[in-house]
Design a protein around this ligand. Sequence first.
Ligand SMILES: NC(=O)c1ccc[n+]([C@@H]2O[C@H](COP(=O)([O-])OP(=O)(O)OC[C@H]3O[C@@H](n4cnc5c(N)ncnc54)[C@H](OP(=O)(O)O)[C@@H]3O)[C@@H](O)[C@H]2O)c1
Length: 250
Amino acid sequence: MSLDHRIAVVTGASSGIGAATARLLAARGAKVALLARRLDRLDALAQEIKSAGGEALAVAADITDPATLAAAAGRIGATYGTTDLVVSNAGVMLPSAIQARNTADWRREVDVNVSGVLNVVDAFLPGLLDAAGAGRPADLITMSSMTSHVVFPYMAVYNATKAAVSHLSRTMRTELGPQGVRVSVVEPAMTATELQGHVTDEGVNAWVAQAREAFAWLDPHDVAEVVAFTASRPAHVNLSQVVVYPTRQT
Ligand SMILES: NC(=O)c1ccc[n+]([C@@H]2O[C@H](COP(=O)([O-])OP(=O)(O)OC[C@H]3O[C@@H](n4cnc5c(N)ncnc54)[C@H](OP(=O)(O)O)[C@@H]3O)[C@@H](O)[C@H]2O)c1
């Protein structure tokens, strides 16, 4: 399970699944670049990781802005060397009725969840290919959602963005696998993070509240364990897709 000598970047590391993943990758020996917009959160996590004996670098960047991502990739490369483990985790969920036509929210979900992921791929893929070419393990792990497989009301745009991430990942694998880069997509179900805190639709909030009562949600660490396990397989083993449910969620 060791990730010694790995150089990782985790997007969306300022909270939830990304923060838990960064913490765990560092605990397993990786040098971890923490990427998100809230630098104060990243600085605090970097400090926590260093106090526990790990290595972490806080890098503020907005994944919808290719220029800041390129600068971030340059800074991570200059500090740690070539990134060989990319966890593209940052995302937003802003559900509402489709007939409410919340076009600003639609656009933000597409910008962050789809275009943002492509920007991350653009910024870090050259390093992954270099690492694989040098015989090192190389991983591109995307955070999609079980919602990429199911349909239910108010989630049309979010679910479509996550279906895009899953299919993008599966398809990229057909090109990158033969070059030694593993591509994996993790698809969690209900996980207790800040994600649901951005929901303004009353109907969705009522559903979320009853779901909290109905079953025990995943902890972000549960999902982080899947990411760390995936990245620590032998280089010839690619766990390509993992769906993670709370046991009592159907
Ligand atoms: N929680 C769940 O039930 C669940 C289920 C399935 C899938 N997921 C997926 O898991 C991933 C992580 O979500 P989470 O549940 O951990 O939610 P979260 O606690 O809200 O974390 C989201 C992260 O994304 C970052 N982010 C948002 N917009 C960004 C941008 N433009 N540039 C850079 N970073 C940005 C946020 O950081 P800043 O605000 O500091 O930028 C934050 O660190 C998401 O892709 C989500 O869709 C979550």
